[in-house]
Design a protein around this ligand. Structure first.
Ligand SMILES: Nc1ncnc2c1ncn2[C@@H]1O[C@H](COP(=O)(O)OP(=O)(O)O)[C@@H](O)[C@H]1O
Ligand SMILES: [Mg+2]
Length: 504
């Protein structure tokens, strides 16, 4: 039996079988569920059920979990096998996306398989966590994405559990609203995970199913996130007045907040989906990412791109697909991709195209992700980002953080003095503001800290002289890395919105 929640995907598969489409690409991070689903769809196939074989590069060909031929590990060989076979058969091929991408021979053989399987009752289903459908195969391949259970499907799962708890003498106390709340708490989980979380919640509460199960289910979701190491919950967000300058960004966020809150009643295309913040290092990009969560009133998670690559490039795609699924699980939330270019610069020598695929996957995912997720990405080195990423429409807006001008610099001085318990109005800032042309926010903060140290050592309150003293201790990045800063500015001039509008 397929799971309740597999209705939609099952209907898609069924449709492909009925239409006699012999090549199917099924995208899903849940391989086992995919195979189960296929097996279930095959049972009601027109022309009768037929054997389902599964092929993996590690253990060759198997049927019903039993190995049939563990020597058959070459992708080419398994395609030859299905082409030569003369009875109705369904072949599920896992791990083939890489070959499809890189081997002209495999692409050719898949097209051969298409012709050889057409009208013969044979079907080849490529099953992968990532989508790789090259142009030349797009006519032959039917693409199906295995969806996560929907709200109403989770509700069905819940109804099933209600029966189970009742029949085992447990207590059920659920009205319409609390059922909905429970179903929502399971959103983003796979069917198995949801069922598992629900049963666990019921059992730790003494075989009781009521709205109180929501807590343990959400905890389970958090657990899933933590275990993965791919997403990190960030408890510290920043309020909007902790950021100096950045007026355009602040205005944008305060305006869009409404649209984000009303997302369920709005057209998806006007719901804010994410921003990319790029620019000079130390000018407040990471700080602003933390502000986004604060303004939207949502929990903040940081996506750990480094973790995606922890097991090498071969596993990166799978891990990234997992990460995307996890992000769906934690919605509503802000997901922060800090220094999004870093993943790339570490692996520039990648000839396999893995990175390109991960980015392509990410961009598609950005379009399809649930509306309750807002992406806040930051980048220092935009030249390392693929042009695709920057293209209009992917992110709602690209913001450029330039070196702060005088009014922003004094605001940043004030923020950091105030944050450390000083009265910023008591200290004249004109001179220091004037002398810190080219400084970043981070450098200004350092200068404030140096001034406090100097004043403490002399055992007196901080004055503007202490701040001026800090001038000599810091050589701003805009001097040491002049070329890079100019390059970034030049790049951003045409392509991004300055977070602080130009005054002249
Ligand atoms: N515009 C700003 N307003 C207030 N503080 C700032 C600003 N820019 C930078 N800072 C200070 O410098 C620190 C480092 O900045 P950060 O946001 O990490 O820069 P980036 O991510 O752009 O490299 C921040 O935590 C903050 O204390
Ligand atoms: Mg940063």
């Amino acid at each position: 039996m397929a799971d309740l929640s597999d209705h939609r995907s099952l209907a898609d598969l069924d449709g492909a079988f009925r239409a006699g489409r012999p090549l199917i690409y099924l995208q899903s991070p849940e391989e086992q569920r995919a195979v189960r689903l296929i097996t279930s769809a095959v049972q009601s196939m027109p022309g009768g059920s037929r054997p389902v074989f599964v092929w993996r590069t590690t253990d060759g060909l198997s049927r019903d979990g039993q190995r049939v031929d563990d020597q058959l590990t070459a992708p080419r060989a398994v395609l030859d096998w299905i082409i030569a076979r003369d009875e109705p058969t369904v072949l599920v091929v896992c791990d083939l996306h890489d070959q499809i991408e890189h081997s002209p021979e495999i692409r050719r053989r898949l097209r051969d398989a298409y012709s050889a399987c057409l009208d013969t009752g044979k079907f080849v289903i490529v099953c992968s966590p990532v989508r790789v459908v090259p142009e030349e195969l797009s006519r032959e391949i039917v693409f199906i994405k295995l969806t996560l259970p929907t709200q109403s499907e989770l509700k069905e799962l819940l109804d099933g559990e209600v029966e189970r708890v009742r029949s085992t003498g447990g207590c059920v106390e659920l009205d319409e609203a609390s059922s909905l709340q429970l179903a929502q708490s399971m959103q983003g989980m796979t069917v198995n995970e949801a069922r598992h979380a629900l049963r666990r919640a019921v059992s730790i509460r003494g075989n009781r199913l009521d709205v109180g199960a929501t807590g343990p289910i959400l905890e389970e979701k958090r657990q899933l996130v933590r275990q993965s190491g791919l997403l990190e919950f960030v408890p510290e967000t920043a309020t909007i007045d902790q950021v100096g300058g950045a007026e355009s960004l602040k205005k944008w966020l305060l305006q869009r907040k409404r649209l984000f809150i009303d997302r369920d009643s709005l057209d998806a295309e006007i719901v804010p989906k994410g921003i990319l913040m790029m620019g000079v290092s130390g000018c407040g990009k990471s700080l602003s990412a933390r502000t986004v969560a604060n303004v939207f009133g949502l929990p903040l998670y940081r996506m750990e791109m480094v973790q995606v690559f922890r097991d090498g490039l071969d596993h990166a795609e799978g891990l990234f697909a997992d990460a995307c699924r996890l992000m769906e699980e934690i919605a509503p939330a802000v997901v922060w991709f800090d220094e999004i270019e870093m993943g790339i610069s570490h692996h520039q020598q990648d000839a396999s195209g893995t990175l390109d695929r991960i980015f392509a996957y990410f961009l598609t995912w950005m379009q399809e992700k649930p509306p309750g997720l807002f992406i806040a990405a930051t980048a220092n080195r935009i030249d390392l980002l693929p042009a695709e990423m920057i293209r209009k429409g992917r992110f709602d807006q690209i913001f450029f953080f330039d070196l702060p001008e005088a009014p922003e610099r004094s605001e940043i001085f004030r923020i950091h003095l105030g944050k450390r318990g000083m009265d910023p109005l008591a200290i004249p800032l004109d001179l220091i503001t004037e002398r810190t042309e080219g400084w970043t926010g981070a450098e200004i903060e350092q200068c404030v800290i140096a001034a406090i140290v100097a004043a403490r050592l002399a055992d007196r309150p901080v004055t503007d002289r202490d701040l001026l003293g800090g001038l000599n201790e810091i050589v701003p990045l805009s001097k040491t890395m002049k070329e890079q800063v100019n390059y970034i500015r030049g790049w951003a001039f045409e392509r991004a919105v300055r977070v602080t509008p130009r005054r002249r």
